[in-house]
Ligand binder design. Structure first.
Ligand code: SF4
Length: 416
């Protein structure tokens, strides 16, 4: 479990983004620190309304960098003038709000809510299907708190999903530390059966599958791809964190998969689905990562071209085996992280650019900033609809939109 410190500046919309980040971190098993000096990671949610505010943001970022182990800068100034933090010599990851939780979690899997009970949050129903994982990653501190996988029966999870749909959930998020190994401890991997059964529930809703490590997915990749192809309710989206393109580094991380298995998962989904989103994570600057290993990660990213990528600069978590390894220098980690983040922008930007001019059906999942709403298309790509009240759209609505433009990690849509 990591301790975080978050500071928010500016308008209520920015405060709303901070609340979402905090919720994701708490759901991920992390806890607030007493202050920046006690935190494993500090998050500065910045504002850029006037020049004086900008100067204050830069000064505060410099102070936080000196006070805390790791700094993430997000918010309006990070998005509009991220370069200024770098030019001011601030050693921080500069990220979009949506990217902050994964980066703050340092490559560890999210932990479902402590009691693993479903939660209804607006029209989003969160359904933890199991606790624990089958791995023992050398950098992970979460594992020590959660232990081996414990999977309740399919019927029990289907009943919980049904209750969420009856309570008004339009998007069911199936979560777990590693959903791909659901049922493993009972000798049967049955994630695909569970997904099939949840999609059979009566009602109008979508289902998003949460994090599943490549090893577990690889063992049932054909079955899973078939379930995705046959169920329109399932978002065509998988989040399979590869973490490195080097088998040597994966071995030192004690990940259970090899690069080839990850690529085979991608190929299987490419064959089964016309349009789908691959989300993956890379840890940059693991203690044993050489320049050649880093290049292999860059090459893998270029090869599989994920539409969503979380890049995390490695940081030590006390009590883990990786914390005892001799680490790389800050400059090396910074340079590799910068190179991968730039490549990520190209790869993800290209995916969103290809959407412009197309029409697609989306589900409105939550309020956005100002008078906008956040929507998801069939492949779980984020689409922002502005002037929502003028169009009469609100969370829970399904609507058809034309994609009119994009930022790097989301598209803009106009109702048609
Ligand atoms: S799969 Fe690895 S990173 Fe995820 S919880 Fe298990 S040990 Fe931690």
């Amino acid at each position: 479990m990591a301790r975080y410190h978050i500071e928010t500046y500016g308008c209520t919309a920015n405060r709303g983004e901070s609340r979402q980040i905090e919720r994701a971190l708490r759901d991920g098993g992390h806890a607030p620190a007493a202050g920046p000096e006690d935190a494993d990671v500090a998050i500065l949610n910045s504002c850029t309304v006037v020049e004086k505010t900008e100067r204050n943001m830069l000064r505060r970022a410099q102070e936080l960098e000196a006070e805390t182990a790791e700094l993430i800068v997000t918010g309006c100034m990070a998005l509009a003038q991220g370069e200024e933090f770098r030019e001011a010599g601030v050693d921080a990851q500069v990220l979009h709000w949506d990217e902050v939780p994964a980066a703050a979690m340092n490559g560890e899997c999210p932990t479902p809510t402590p009691d693993a009970e479903p939660i209804l949050d607006g029209v989003i129903g969160i359904l933890p299907i199991a606790r624990g994982c089958m791995s023992d990653c050398s950098y992970c501190i979460t594992k020590q708190a959660t232990g081996k996988i414990d999977s309740p029966p399919i019927e029990e999870n289907v009943e919980k999903a049904r209750a969420l749909v009856h309570a008004g959930a339009k998007e069911i998020r199936i979560t777990g530390q590693d959903t791909g190994v659901y049922g493993w401890e009972q000798g049967e991997r049955v994630l695909h059966e569970l997904l099939d059964r949840v999609c059979d529930i009566e009602g109008e809703f979508r289902v998003r599958l949460g994090m599943a490590n490549p090893k577990g997915v690889h063992g049932i990749r054909e079955e899973l791809a078939t379930v995705f192809a046959e169920n329109e309710r399932l978002y065509n989206f998988i989040h399979a964190p590869v973490q490195s393109g080097s088998n040597d580094v994966l071995g030192d991380m004690r990940r259970q998969h090899q690069v080839r298995e990850f690529v085979e998962v991608v190929e299987t989904f490419d064959d089964a689905l016309d349009e789908w989103t691959l989300s993956t994570d890379f840890i940059v600057g693991f203690p044993t990562e050489t320049d050649a290993d880093h290049e292999q990660s860059m090459a893998l990213l270029r090869e599989v071209r994920p539409e969503k990528i979380n890049v995390t600069r490695f940081s030590k978590r006390p009590g883990t085996d990786a914390a005892d390894m001799k680490g790389l220098g800050g400059t090396v980690k910074k340079e590799r992280s910068k190179a991968m983040s730039e490549l990520k922008m190209d790869v993800v930007g290209e995916a969103y650019e290809s959407m412009v001019g197309t029409e697609r059906r989306v589900l409105v999942v939550e309020e956005g900033t100002g008078d906008s709403v956040k929507c998801r298309d069939d492949a779980y790509r984020q689409v922002i609809v502005q002037n929502a009240s003028e169009h009469g759209v609100e969370p829970g609505n399904f609507l058809d939109v034309e994609i009119t433009g994009h930022q790097t990690v989301y598209a803009f849509g106009r109702p048609v």
